[in-house]
Design a protein around this ligand. Structure first.
Ligand SMILES: Cc1ncc(COP(=O)(O)O)c(C=O)c1O
Length: 459
C-alpha cells in the first residue's frame, strides 16, 4: 500500500499523547496533562488553533514567535506548493543555487548597510553557534560575553551563553571563555572588554526570558565600548527580529549597527526550519578567507530550497501586508487596553516590552487579605502565580500564553503580528475575568494553584 497521509492520520487519530509518552518525551506529556493543556489540535489558521472538537484557541504563543504571519498563511503555503511542483534541484551541495542567493540578498537589503553576507542554517541556536565561531575566528580572541538571564538556544555553544542555571546544570563543562555580565550594566561590560580578549558580546535587545529591557542609554554606549575594545557586537534577533517589536529589527529602536545579526523563528513562516547569521563582509571574509576554507563552517540542510522559498515568501508578505507597522500599532493598542487592568488589580504590576513582545508582570499585592494567599503560593513554588494566569486563560478562555521564565511571575505574550483589535479585546476581557477571580480569592484560581503546587510540576 502506498503512503497516504490522510488515511494514516485518520487511522491513528487521538494517539498523540500515548505516542509521546511511549516514544518521545513522557515528561512533556505529563506537564501538559497537569496543566490541562492536553488538547488534540487538528488545524491552524491565522491567530487560531482548532482542535478535533472544532474549538478555536487564540494562539498568543505563536510557536514561540514563529507565526508572525499567523498560521497557514496562503502566500507562504502557495510558494511551498509551487516549489514542490517545480521539482527544484535541492541540496546539490556543490552548487550555487539561485534561491539562497535571493534570500540572502533580501535579508541583507533589510539590514543596516554594514551587513553584507549571510550564512544559512536550521535554527536559532545554530545561527548563534555560527556567530560564536565567526567572532572567535575573525578576532582571534577566545572569550564571549553574554548577559544575565540571556537565552540564545540550547546547543552546547549557545548553552554556554545561557543566563539560566536551570538550563545549564549538569551539562558542563560548557565552552570555556564564556562569561556573563549584568544586562544593562555598562561598568561590568567595560571591565570585561578591557581585558582585550573578548571576541564578541552576544546579546538580545529585549530578553525573551522574562521580557527584560535594558535602559535606553545603555545600548549606544555598549556598542561603542565593543568597538573601542575590538569586540564584535552580536545582536541576537532570533525572537525580536522581523517586526516582532514594531520595527523590522529591535536594534533599530536604539540606532545600533551590530556586526553580526542572528535571525530565525519567523523567517520561514512557520513551515521549514531556518536560521541565518548575517554579518559584515569583513567578518565573513576572514572566516572564509581562501578556497581551502570554503566549507569551513557548513551544515547539510542549511540552504535547503523549501526554507529559502518560505523565507522569500515571508519577507515579501511582511512588506506587502505592512506587518511591521501593524505590529507597532497593535502593540500600542495592547498597552492602552491593558493599562486600566494594571490600575484595577493590585496583583498586576506592569506591562512591558515593545510591539508584540509583551511581558505582564505580577507581584505581591498590597492588601493583607491577598498577601497571605500570595505568600502561600510563592512559598509552595516561586513564580507559581503566573501559572495561575496562564492556566485559566487557556482552560476557561481558550487563549494560549506562556510563563515567561522560571521562578518569576511574568506572563509572556507573543501574538501573531497579524492580530488586531478583536484579538486584543478578547484577551483583555479574559485577563480581566481571571484577575477578577484571583482578587476575589476565588477558589477557581487558587485551588488550581494548590493542585499545581502538589503536582509533578513541583518536583
Ligand atoms: C533570542 C533567541 N536566540 C536563540 C534561540 C534559539 O532558537 P532555537 O530554539 O531555534 O534553537 C531562541 C529561542 O527561543 C531565542 O529566543
Amino acid at each position: 500500500m502506498s503512503f497516504d497521509l490522510e488515511s494514516l492520520v485518520d487511522a491513528r487519530r487521538g494517539l498523540n499523547f500515548k505516542l509521546h509518552q511511549e516514544f518521545l518525551n513522557p515528561q512533556l506529556a505529563r506537564v501538559l496533562k497537569t496543566l490541562g493543556m492536553d488538547r488534540y489540535y487538528e488545524r491552524g489558521e491565522g491567530c487560531y488553533l482548532i482542535d478535533r472538537e472544532g474549538e478555536r484557541y487564540l494562539d498568543f504563543l505563536s510557536g514561540f514567535g514563529v507565526y508572525a504571519l499567523g498560521r497557514s498563511h496562503p502566500v507562504v503555503k502557495k510558494a511551498l506548493h509551487d516549489a514542490l511542483d517545480m521539482d527544484l534541484p535541492n541540496l546539490v551541495q556543490l552548487d550555487c543555487a539561485l534561491l539562497p542567493g535571493l534570500l540572502a540578498e533580501a535579508l541583507v537589503g533589510r539590514l543596516h548597510e554594514g551587513i553584507g553576507r549571510v550564512f544559512f542554517s536550521n535554527s536559532g541556536a545554530e545561527a548563534v553557534e555560527a556567530a560564536i565561531k565567526f567572532s572567535r575566528y575573525a578576532t582571534g580572541r577566545p572569550r564571549v560575553l553574554y548577559a544575565d538571564h540571556a537565552f540564545h538556544g540550547l546547543t552546547n555553544g549557545a548553552l554556554s551563553l545561557n543566563g539560566g542555571k536551570e538550563f545549564r546544570d549538569g551539562f558542563g563543562p560548557l565552552l570555556p571563555g564564556c562569561d556573563s555580565v549584568g544586562f544593562g550594566d555598562l561598568a561590568a561590560l567595560e571591565r570585561e572588554l578591557a581585558r582585550g580578549d573578548v571576541a564578541a558580546f552576544v546579546v538580545e535587545l529585549i530578553q525573551g526570558k522574562g521580557v527584560y529591557l535594558a535602559p535606553e542609554e545603555y545600548w549606544t554606549a555598549a556598542e561603542q565600548l565593543c568597538r573601542k575594545h575590538g569586540t564584535l557586537f552580536v545582536a541576537d534577533e532570533v525572537q525580536t527580529g522581523l517586526g516582532r517589536t514594531g520595527k523590522m529589527w529591535a536594534y533599530e529602536h536604539y540606532g545600533l549597527r551590530p556586526d553580526l545579526v542572528t535571525v530565525s523563528k519567523a523567517l520561514s513562516g512557520g513551515y521549514v526550519p531556518i536560521g541565518a547569521t548575517a554579518c559584515s563582509v569583513e567578518v565573513f571574509d576572514r572566516v572564509y578567507s581562501k578556497m581551502e576554507r570554503a566549507v569551513v563552517h557548513s551544515t547539510t540542510f542549511g540552504r535547503n530550497q523549501l526554507a529559502m522559498v518560505a523565507g522569500l515568501a515571508t519577507l515579501q508578505t511582511i512588506d506587502d501586508e505592512d506587518i511591521v507597522e501593524r505590529a507597532r500599532l497593535s502593540g500600542e493598542a495592547f498597552e492602552k487596553a491593558l493599562a486600566p487592568l494594571v490600575e484595577k488589580y493590585e496583583l498586576f504590576h506592569e506591562v512591558r516590552g515593545k510591539g508584540l513582545m509583551i511581558g505582564l508582570v505580577f507581584g505581591e499585592p498590597s492588601s493583607l487579605r491577598l498577601k497571605s494567599r500570595w505568600k502561600m503560593l510563592e512559598g509552595a513554588r516561586k513564580g507559581l502565580f503566573s501559572q495561575l494566569i496562564v492556566g485559566p486563560l487557556f482552560n476557561r478562555h481558550r487563549i494560549l500564553t506562556q510563563v515567561a521564565a522560571d521562578n518569576v511571575n511574568i506572563v509572556k505574550l507573543l501574538p501573531p503580528l497579524v492580530c488586531g483589535q478583536e484579538e486584543i479585546d478578547h484577551f483583555v476581557d479574559a485577563l480581566d475575568d481571571v484577575l477578577n477571580d484571583a482578587h476575589r480569592n476565588s477558589s477557581l484560581v487558587f485551588e488550581f494553584g494548590k493542585t499545581l503546587a502538589k503536582s509533578a510540576l513541583h518536583r
